[in-house]
Design a binder for this molecule. Structure first.
Ligand SMILES: [Zn+2]
Length: 335
C-alpha cells in the first residue's frame, strides 16, 4: 500500500531510450489530487505591534541615498526579470487549431510544416485507433535551442532526469516540452502521440502508450513503417533466444522499470497488431474504446490470447520474416 504522501503525486516517468542515447522521456502524473496553494508567512513580514519607531526627519543626503538605492534596485530587478524571461516558457509565438496549441520562441505558423505534420499525425492516430473526440487540448512548448530548454526544465522540474523532450500529463494539462534541433520532429511525434492518446482516453497502459508512441515517431516511409532501430535489434534478440511475453510487459506499471528492450517489444506488438494480425487493428481500436470508458485498463493479453492462439510465437515469426526482411527504412529530413 502506498503511503499518503506517495499517493499524492504518482509519477510515471518515461525513461524512454534511457539506455545509450538517453534521448527523451515523458512524465505522466496520474491520479493527482487537487492541490491547494498554501502560503507560509515569513516571521519577518509579521506586522510588529506594540512598538513605535521614532521617525527622524530625512536629510538631503538621506534622500539622495534612497534615490540611488531605488535606481540600483530597479536596474537589478530589470536584469532579474530579463533573466527570468529567458529561462521561462516559450510565449513569443502561438499557433493553435483544434485542441493543438504550439507556443514557441521562434515563429510557428498554422500553415507551416511543423504544425501541419502534427495535425496530420493526430489525424492518423485517431483514424487508426478510432479514438473518440479529444476532450482536452495538448500544448507544445517549443524552445529555440537546447540551452533554453535545459535551463527551463532544470529550474521548473528539477525532479526530472535530463532528457531531450518530455510529455507531462496532469489532470489539468497535457504538455510537450521540446526544443528545435536535428531530432525535433522525431521528439515531437513521439511525445505528441502520448498527448493525443491521453486527450481522448481516460487511461493508457504503459506498454501500449509507449508502443504506439514508438510506432508513430517514425514517419511513414513505406507501407510497413518499420523502425530503423527496433526492427534489426529485435531480429537479433530472437536469433539469440529472446521470446516476447505480453503478460510480463503488461505488469510493468512504472516507467523507471521499463528498459529499452521493453520499448522494442511494445513497438513490435503494436506493429504486429496493425500490420499482420488478423483483425489486430480492430482489436486495438476496441480496446481503446474500453480505455475511453474506464479509468482502469483491462488486461490486453487475455483478449489477444483468446483471439490469436500462440500470439507470441506468431510475433517472433513476424519479427524474423517481415520486420527483418533486409529492406531498410529510408531515413531523412529531421532525423
Ligand atoms: Zn514515450
Amino acid at each position: 500500500m502506498p503511503t499518503d504522501s506517495a499517493k499524492k503525486i504518482q509519477f510515471t516517468t518515461c525513461l524512454n531510450k534511457a539506455h545509450g542515447k538517453s534521448r527523451k522521456a515523458e512524465l505522466v502524473r496520474r491520479n493527482e489530487p487537487e492541490q491547494k496553494q498554501r502560503y507560509c508567512g515569513h516571521p519577518g513580514t509579521t506586522p510588529q505591534r506594540g512598538r513605535r519607531r521614532d521617525r527622524r526627519p530625512y536629510s538631503l543626503i538621506t534622500d539622495l541615498l534612497i534615490i540611488m538605492f531605488l535606481v540600483s534596485t530597479i536596474c537589478m530587478t530589470g536584469c532579474f526579470l530579463s533573466r527570468n524571461h529567458n529561462s521561462g516558457l516559450p510565449t513569443r509565438y502561438r499557433a493553435n487549431s483544434e485542441q493543438l496549441e504550439i507556443r514557441s520562441d521562434a515563429k510557428i505558423e498554422k500553415e507551416g510544416e511543423i504544425f501541419e505534420e502534427l495535425v496530420s499525425l493526430r489525424d492518423e492516430i485517431v483514424e487508426l485507433l478510432e479514438l473518440p473526440p479529444a476532450n482536452r487540448p495538448v500544448r507544445i512548448y517549443l524552445f529555440q535551442d537546447e540551452e533554453r530548454y535545459v535551463q527551463y526544465m532544470t529550474t521548473s522540474h528539477p525532479e526530472l532526469p535530463q532528457r531531450r523532450a518530455f510529455f507531462i500529463g496532469t489532470p489539468t494539462e497535457l504538455s510537450v516540452y521540446a526544443y528545435m534541433g536535428p531530432s525535433m520532429m522525431e521528439d515531437l511525434r513521439h511525445e505528441y502521440t502520448h498527448g493525443v492518446l491521453h486527450a481522448s482516453l481516460r487511461t493508457v497502459p504503459l506498454w501500449l502508450d509507449e508502443g504506439i508512441a514508438e510506432y508513430f515517431e517514425i514517419r511513414r516511409y513505406d507501407s510497413l513503417r518499420r523502425h530503423p532501430e527496433h526492427a534489426p535489434k529485435l531480429a537479433i534478440a530472437v536469433a539469440n533466444g529472446w521470446e516476447p511475453n505480453l503478460r510480463r510487459l503488461e505488469q510493468i506499471e512504472r516507467v523507471s522499470q521499463m528498459q529499452r528492450p521493453d520499448y522494442q517489444e511494445a513497438w513490435a506488438w503494436v506493429h504486429y497488431l496493425v500490420h499482420e494480425c488478423p483483425d489486430g487493428r480492430s482489436l486495438l481500436a476496441d480496446y481503446c474504446q474500453s480505455l475511453a470508458a474506464s479509468n482502469r485498463a483491462p488486461g490486453f493479453s487475455p483478449l489477444i490470447e483468446q483471439q490469436v492462439p500462440n500470439a507470441e510465437q506468431r510475433l517472433m515469426g513476424y519479427v524474423t520474416s517481415t520486420l527483418d526482411s533486409g529492406r531498410t527504412v529510408q531515413v531523412s529530413g529531421n532525423r
